[in-house]
Design a protein around this ligand. Sequence first.
Ligand code: NAG
Ligand code: NAG
Ligand code: NAG
Ligand code: NAG
Length: 359
Amino acid sequence: MAPSLFILTTLISFALFATFAEEAQVPAMFVFGDSLFDPGNNNNLATLAKANYFPNGIDFPEGATGRYCNGGTVVDYLSNLLGLQIIPPYNNPEIKAHDMLQGVNFASAASGILDDTGRFYGERFSMDSQIQNFGRILEELSSVLENRTEDYIGRSLFFVSMGSNDYINNFLLPISKTARLYAPESYAELLIHEYRRQLKELYDLGGRKFLIGGVGPLGCIPNQIGNSPNASDTCVESTNILVLQFNTNLKVMLDDLNRSLRGSYFLFWDVYSKSMEIITDYLRYGFKYPLTACCGAGRSKGQIICLPVLPLECQNRDDYIFWDPYHPTARFNSIAAEVAYNGTLQPSFPRNAMQLALL
Ligand SMILES: *[C@@H]1O[C@H](CO)[C@@H](O)[C@H](O)[C@H]1NC(C)=O
Ligand SMILES: *[C@@H]1O[C@H](CO)[C@@H](O)[C@H](O)[C@H]1NC(C)=O
Ligand SMILES: *[C@@H]1O[C@H](CO)[C@@H](O)[C@H](O)[C@H]1NC(C)=O
Ligand SMILES: *[C@@H]1O[C@H](CO)[C@@H](O)[C@H](O)[C@H]1NC(C)=O
């Protein structure tokens, strides 16, 4: 993108997204995750997992950026609620150190906790490489922030959500090595063991305030419903059971980290329960179509990914929970971000991202 165009689109997105942005509540937000949060980190990688084409971004000021969505992701909305600018992608040569002062987004489509996850798609930044990339950025930031770096990183929000692809693009694949090697319980244990090490590494690099998103009800995404042998359009129970196991272990692990790592806050966001509530009670949330994708094809529009050649039949994207076979719409994301920001994620203080920011 030419620099002038870049500045122009940045200004437009600022105008649209910063309507209620106040003073920033945290110095920065650093994001680690998969395609649910990827702002275009895969655009320049040799991979099938990229989304920088129409109709993705149809409702986003900058158009098709690489986001798997019609509009903004959860972290776009969350950054707005926290009074931050849109967090820029790590893998964009146009982004310089001073653009990163409010944070960097390392999320990469097809990636997982395990390095192997998503390999079928080609290149991607696994959780381990996202942490390495953060280490690189930290060096650049230190050269600008000097002796304020530790304080700045310690007060920043670390948003991490991983694990979906370790199921969808690993354990649940038709020919899966991990499914042959591990029972569901021991696979969840393996993931949590690795994830714990990774989160500890972020702590060792200076992270203190962590908001960790659990895995959502993967059995209810149009991809799972559309490809299930069960002809009825209901959530795939067996997939949801796998996810619940992972989330249960994750919560225990985070409580333990929160206790054992001095000065740390690990806030678990139970994405599963809230998403299930919205899917079940979709009319109350203003949705018309809970389990079918807006852009896609086949059963539940979940069997073929969102492509430019497909007719986009859903005129009103806000009626849908799912944008494509795997990812929710911007409207769902905005609801989810508000829950994370000022809902009740846990019974005691800090209850949500807003209170985590205050600490
Ligand atoms: C950083 O260095 C400056 C100049 O040496 C000093 O005045 C300031 O107190 C230092 N700040 C911290 C947080 O150490
Ligand atoms: C198939 O659908 C029926 C009807 O909704 C449901 O009761 C059943 O549990 C489903 N079977 C599986 C394997 O998900
Ligand atoms: C995490 O630890 C802090 C104190 O460091 C505490 O205030 C908070 O409630 C703990 N969170 C959980 C989930 O136990
Ligand atoms: C949460 O924040 C949103 C957006 O700022 C606001 O509309 C809503 O009233 C807030 N809810 C609570 C419970 O503070």
